[in-house]
Ligand binder design. Structure first.
Ligand SMILES: NC(=O)C1=CN([C@@H]2O[C@H](COP(=O)(O)OP(=O)(O)OC[C@H]3O[C@@H](n4cnc5c(N)ncnc54)[C@H](OP(=O)(O)O)[C@@H]3O)[C@@H](O)[C@H]2O)C=CC1
Ligand SMILES: O=C(O)CCC(=O)C(=O)O
Length: 512
């Protein structure tokens, strides 16, 4: 097979104008990939044993350095993504808040998970050894940021924050859709590294667009885990590379979700119009470029659903178009919508306003009956953007069956009134099995960064349903337990020494 022609050096593209701007980013060479992996490996043993205060202050310094980039960062991210100022400014706040939250987690030290089962030399018939456990970080982590969150899910975003909090050096594969934003945030992290006096290999960013870059990083034997947010195809490609390595490694990929919303009968009867309008608000926000976008609505057919549809149609018809992140993402959206337009049994209810700019998504709302939905697998594929499908069900039994047929999701939502509680009860176990977050009376877009948040779920929402990519539990993905048996106190890590110099919480014989 002929080799693909080499691509021109990467330059930023403004999706609102299709014009390139800013400097060229030459593709990182094999030697640069090698150097980043070697530096991360060399930094690991030093960084993972930094004291809690140093590591926490480092995360806070990253937040401060990102803020110090000021308006130039906001303007650059806007030009590279087409996202509006308020959104990028809010995202910067979320990014820095996330780093500061992880700093608190690091200081508290609970993540170390210290456990001590003291020796029982007199126990019969066999004595017990002294057993002490703590979590240690996995090693260098490769992070693939998302195109749709150039700050909060990218270079200095959640995966980077949680991996650094755990004590893992990070190598970011900079997203080709926002190279300048990535480079600016990378330079902020470099400054924080210098301030903290840490080895340079604690963080690096390689900005490029060749498949060999990401693939080479995931295959490198010094890399011990991967964080990814993006397409199902990309996530699955990295799962495969990671599994085929001589030493397979975990991949925490957040990929594809269509986020079912169930309109329960009493709620629908009481507030069909308000629900229809609010639904379109969530669907069209940010051109629907959220993996939490409400892509599927389920409700019993009848006049209340007709009212909901009428309100949604009225709201969508006047919804303005919005430029999408990249021409590629716009093309994929158009293809997804056109595919739905061609499907047997699928009815187009409404389109949004058409604009005169390039790469502008026009919202799309469809409806289908539950039998057709269940027969046609294509109807439950994610269309990334402001497209959604209303599935009309006949009765409660069919609703349960159709929910049971769904793939794994990041979220599942119930719009419900108090009178719906008993009808919702049997649905909850199904939704728990399908999704990482179950909501009542909200819309799934907008993920809170907190301790109890789960932004995860069964495949294909993620590659590993046991964790979350948002919230403080994300640190657990990058840790593994080690048990120290009869190790002398002088050699034990500080968290496990007899006099507990770190003052961390420890479980002694299982009791905290
Ligand atoms: N689940 C979610 O949260 C999101 C899902 N998406 C989905 O992804 C689609 C494309 O968006 P995008 O953000 O570009 O996601 P991609 O999955 O295409 O890209 C994400 C990152 O992974 C890299 N990458 C992807 N596939 C490979 C591969 N096979 N080998 C090496 N590197 C790879 C990309 O490199 P490069 O920069 O060179 O392209 C990029 O850095 C959207 O249309 C949407 O369907 C998008 C954003 C968020
Ligand atoms: O809705 C959000 O705030 C986060 C969504 C998300 O994780 C994504 O779109 O990648």
């Amino acid at each position: 097979m002929a080799e693909a022609a080499p691509k021109a050096d990467l330059r930023a593209l403004n999706p609102a104008t299709n014009e390139h701007f800013g400097p060229s980013f030459p593709e990182p060479s094999a030697a640069q990939i090698e150097a980043a992996c070697a530096a991360a490996a060399a930094a690991f043993d030093i960084y993972r044993e930094t004291d809690l205060e140093t590591r926490a202050a480092f995360l806070e310094a990253i937040a401060a350095e990102i803020e110090a980039l000021g308006d130039e960062l906001i303007q650059t991210a806007m030009a590279e993504t087409g996202l509006p100022q308020a959104r990028i400014t809010g995202e910067r706040g979320r990014t820095c808040g996330q780093l500061r939250l992880f700093a608190q987690v690091v200081r508290r030290g609970d993540w170390i998970g210290a456990r001590i089962d003291p020796a029982l030399p007199e126990r019969t018939p066999l004595p017990r050894a002294d057993l002490r456990q703590r979590f240690i970080p996995l090693g260098p982590v490769v992070v693939f940021g998302a195109s749709n969150f150039p700050l909060a899910f990218s270079t200095g975003g959640g995966d980077t924050a949680s991996a650094l909090a755990a004590g893992c050096p990070v190598i970011v594969k900079g997203h080709s859709a926002h190279p300048n934003t990535g480079a600016m945030v990378g330079s902020a992290i470099d400054k924080a590294i210098k301030t903290a006096g840490l080895p340079a290999g604690v963080f690096s960013i390689l900005i490029g667009q060749q498949r060999t870059l990401g693939a080479g990083l995931v295959a490198d034997p010094r890399v011990k885990a991967v964080g990814f947010t993006g397409s199902r195809a990309g996530g699955v490609a990295f799962m495969r590379i990671a599994a085929e390595r001589r030493e397979p490694i975990p991949v925490f990929a957040e990929m594809s979700s269509i986020n079912p919303v169930v309109l329960m009968p009493a709620a629908l009867a009481a507030r069909a119009e308000a629900l229809g309008t609010a639904f379109v608000g969530s669907l069209t926000m940010g051109a629907g470029q959220f993996c939490t976008n409400p892509g599927l609505i389920f409700a019993l057919e009848g006049p209340d659903l007709d009212r909901f549809e009428a309100a949604a149609v009225a709201a969508l018809t006047v919804a303005p178009p919005h430029v999408m992140l990249t021409p590629g993402i716009f093309g994929a959206y158009e293809q997804g919508v056109n595919q739905l337009l061609d499907r047997d049994g699928v009815k187009l209810l409404a389109r949004g306003c058409v604009g005169d700019g390039v790469n502008q998504a026009v919202g799309a709302l469809f409806s289908v009956d539950a039998e057709t939905f269940q027969r046609d697998e294509v109807l439950s594929h994610e269309v990334f953007g402001s497209s959604s499908l209303i599935v009309r069900v006949k009765d409660a039994a069919q609703l349960a069956t159709v929910l049971e047929s769904l793939e794994g999701q990041l979220t599942a939502t119930l719009q419900m009134d108090p009178a719906d509680v008993e009808a919702a009860r049997p649905l909850l176990p199904i939704l728990e099995r399908k999704a990482g977050r179950v909501l009542a009376n909200g819309w799934p877009t907008g993920v809170e960064v907190s301790h109890a948040m789960v932004h995860g779920g069964p495949f294909p929402a993620t590659s590993d349903p046991r964790s979350t990519s948002v919230g403080t539990r994300a640190i657990e993905r990058f840790l593994r337990p080690v048990c120290y048996q009869d190790i002398p106190d002088a050699l034990l890590p500080a968290a496990l020494k007899a006099d507990n110099p770190l003052g961390v919480r420890r479980a002694i014989d299982g009791v905290l």
